[in-house]
Design a protein around this ligand. Structure first.
Ligand code: F6P
Length: 340
């Protein structure tokens, strides 16, 4: 059997660990051959693939990014996309595809699977917002990085008696903000799931300022004010994936204006996605990889590996791509205990 592997969407720590596990188990235990499609679904669409063997995956476990490259290419945007993917896969002698990606990449996988392309999915995103799986790899690394940043911001906030706003990733769900905010001792956490009241935020900031002079506000990039009329009109050409691009900077300015306390914003951005995966993410990504190749061997196409408790299971691609996994309300309520 020859298996094609691709990584699509935003990069994420742990992608290489999946590729390594898939190839090692596939070659060692089942005698499979592998090709790596380059740049997500662009590879199968254009027939762009490289050989993948055990020497090619040596040493990549702790490396961030993806040795295969990534893109957000949607093969279904082209009228002949499905036929081209099928033809290129056949020409390369590929019998099955392992697609490692987020909701979009897996959504294309699901559509292609419905058209008869044999695909097994592996969910990835630092945002942890894919339904059907308790966690995705990359998330814990992002939380580590964001928590470390908050730890560092505390000392600057204290030394300068400033409010520090830290904007973390999470355009649709607040998992990173809630985890890193709680772990880092943030005094306010704002998430997309709960539009925020600016007056309330300023009250929490004041309460904290009276106690320590050093409030930290952790805001997810997808958070929005409850009163949408305060959102300034979007400048041309900005990323409209988030409803209020620059929410962290805006919040910092508003807090300073309303409370009179000096405030600064730090946007962590892609630092949360780059670099070496945490041990937990290497572990999860490796287990996802081992189980994905097992699923290919067993012909479980149209399905994806997921984590449930401590077990790796299989779930229909339609479940993973049928909506968003929002952060649990009780996580927010627990975090709120520490606000102000
Ligand atoms: O992978 C998801 C994510 O990290 C989001 O939180 C963020 O909005 C987005 O990717 C940004 O990706 P890019 O800058 O690559 O378009």
């Amino acid at each position: 059997m020859r298996v094609g592997v691709l990584t699509g969407g935003g990069d994420c720590p742990g992608l290489n660990a999946v590729i390594r596990a898939v190839v090692r188990r596939g070659v060692r235990d089942y005698g499979f051959e592998f090709v790596g499609f380059r740049d997500g679904w662009r590879g199968p669409l254009e027939g762009d693939a490289v050989p993948l063997d055990i020497p090619a995956v040596r040493g990549i476990l702790p490396r961030g990014g993806t040795i295969l490259g990534s893109s957000r290419t949607n093969p279904l945007e082209r009228p002949d996309g499905v036929e081209r993917v099928k033809a290129n896969i056949a020409a390369l002698g590929v019998d099955a595809v392992i697609a490692i990606g987020g909701i979009n990449t897996l959504g294309y996988a699901r559509a292609l699977s419905d058209e008869g392309v044999p695909i097994v999915g592996v969910p990835k995103t630092i945002d942890n917002d894919i339904p059907g799986t308790d966690y995705t790899f990359g998330f814990h690394t992002a939380v580590d990085i964001a928590t470390g940043a908050i730890d560092r911001l505390h000392t600057t906030a204290e030394s300068h008696k400033r409010v520090l706003v830290v904007e973390v990733m999470g355009r649709r769900a607040g998992w990173i903000a809630l985890h890193a905010g709680l772990a880092g001792g943030a005094n306010v956490i704002l998430v997309p799931e709960r539009p925020f009241d600016l007056d309330r935020v300023c009250q929490w900031v004041e309460t904290r300022f009276e106690a320590t002079y050093a409030p930290i506000v952790c805001v997810a990039e997808g958070a929005v004010p409850a009163d949408p009329s305060v959102i300034p009109p979007l400048p041309e050409g900005v990323n409209t994936d988030v409803p209020f691009p620059g929410v962290g900077e805006w919040l910092s300015r508003e807090i300073e204006k309303r409370t009179g306390h000096e405030s600064r914003a730090t946007v962590l951005g892609h630092t949360q996605r780059g670099g070496t995966p945490s041990p937990y993410d290497r572990w999860l990504a490796t287990r996802f990889g081992l189980n994905a190749i097992e699923a290919v061997k067993n012909g479980r196409f149209g399905q994806a590996v997921v984590l449930r408790g401590a077990r790796i299971e299989l779930e229909e691609l339609s479940v993973l791509t049928g909506g968003l996994k929002l952060a649990d309300p009780e996580l927010y309520e627990e975090a709120e205990v520490f606000f102000g």
